[in-house]
Design a protein around this ligand. Structure first.
Ligand SMILES: Cc1cc2nc3c(=O)[nH]c(=O)nc-3n(C[C@H](O)[C@H](O)[C@H](O)COP(=O)(O)OP(=O)(O)OC[C@H]3O[C@@H](n4cnc5c(N)ncnc54)[C@H](O)[C@@H]3O)c2cc1C
Ligand code: FES
Length: 342
């Protein structure tokens, strides 16, 4: 244990782990292999709440949206946003599904290159100081200069290229983290990257046909899933349907990345929908689907959704609409995988 690390014990158990002053309770538990429930890692979902029984913690982001007045009154904290001041005892119910497949680790990433994908999405490629094994569909946390708190970005590559992570980031108007990535980081700049995290990873042992649904910045994890399917011999018989939704035609992307994979247009199929086709170019009018991507999924597959393994990523409104569609179609919960973007 380093000098600045404190011991966290789970109440009514013999489980304990160390947390250093630069870490959070959630992340240090996952590093120790403990199945600590979570989802976003950025203070928004509330899945990582625990009750503090003994000791004291500091909330790194006291305005985190998921930390309510009721939580404060009941001594409940967000594991992803707090660090211990000394040894602590906490009440938490670990849940086996959250046991990390790869223990998260902190490495240095050097910006090695970037390229434009659409008018507001770019790919950023980081070379790592050490390996970070991960599953297709997982995400990492970037500690960006002059930005308080970390930002979650999903990998778009797969782990076949050791020590490289690719992220596809949408520029968010006035967003602090995405602005630093787009405007301030030069090639060669170094940032701390912590990962992998996330539960919406490719299930390699399930041989149902796969539906990936992406919208906006949700492209990256779905592309990683597609690449993972192609690279996994156990999934050789799986058909992949990839749907992408955007607001206007200039938002649509992803086809070229899938087209470079073996089996495109045979076992891999791509369809795109725009919710607003109006500002079309008279010389190059939009001829694809018009509507929301969850409507496209329902229209294309209907009852068949129940027989598919489904992954999705994108803006919260898209995620909620897809969940409603899948619920209405009675798709079993365990066939649906997503980490909500916040
Ligand atoms: C699991 C997951 C995966 C994601 N993957 C992608 C992806 O692949 N591509 C992509 O473009 N976007 C992705 N996002 C969204 C991304 O993390 C950012 O929310 C987005 O880029 C906007 O960040 P910003 O800093 O530009 O905007 P801001 O509005 O400045 O920041 C918003 C984000 O930062 C967090 N935040 C704000 N202040 C603090 C603080 N003081 N301390 C801690 N956290 C703070 C918020 O919870 C929110 O997540 C993902 C989000 C999640 C949760
Ligand atoms: S609020 Fe901590 S994991 Fe989402």
């Amino acid at each position: 244990m380093s000098d600045a690390a404190h011991r966290i014990t789970l109440a009514n158990s013999d489980v304990s782990f160390d947390c250093d002053e630069h870490d959070t309770v959630l992340r240090s538990a996952l590093r120790a292999g403990i199945a600590f429930p979570y989802e976003c890692n950025v203070g928004a979902c509330g899945n990582c709440k625990f009750e503090l029984i003994e000791g004291a913690v500091d909330m790194k982001w006291s305005d985190a949206p998921a930390w309510t007045d009721k939580d404060r009154a009941r001594n409940r904290y967000l594991g992803c946003q707090c660090a211990p001041r000394g040894d602590c005892t906490i009440r938490l119910r670990p849940s086996p599904q959250y046991a990390p497949l790869h223990a998260p680790r902190r490495v240095t990433g050097t910006l090695a290159g970037r390229r434009s994908i659409t008018h507001d999405i770019e790919e950023f490629r980081f070379a790592l100081s050490a390996q970070m094994p991960f599953e297709p569909g997982q995400y990492a946390l970037l500690n960006l200069p002059r930005v308080s708190g970390v930002r979650a970005y999903s990998m778009s590559n797969i782990a076949d290229e050791p020590r490289m992570l690719h992220f596809q980031v949408r520029r968010v108007p006035n967003g602090r983290g995405s602005s630093v990535l787009f405007d301030a980081l030069e090639t060669g700049a170094q940032v701390e990257i912590d990962g992998p995290y996330g539960m919406a990873y490719l299930r390699r042992n399930v041989t149902r046909d796969v539906l990936c649904v992406a919208g906006g910045s949700g492209l990256a994890p779905m592309i990683s899933i597609a690449r993972g399917i192609v690279a996994e011999p156990a999934l050789a018989g799986v058909q992949l349907h990839f749907l992408y939704g955007g607001r206007t035609p200039r938002d649509i992307c992803g086809r070229d990345m899938l087209a470079s994979l073996p089996g495109f247009d045979e076992r891999i199929r791509f369809e795109a929908a725009v919710s607003d086709a109006a500002p079309g170019d008279a010389c190059d009018p939009w001829t694809g689907h018009v509507g929301f991507v969850h409507e496209l999924a329902d229209a294309m597959f209907g009852e068949r959704l129940r027989d598919m393994e489904i992954y999705f990523a994108g803006p919260p409104a898209m995620g909620q609409a897809i969940q409603r569609t899948l619920l209405a179609r009675k798709v079993p919960f365990e066939q649906v995988h997503f980490d909500q973007f916040y």
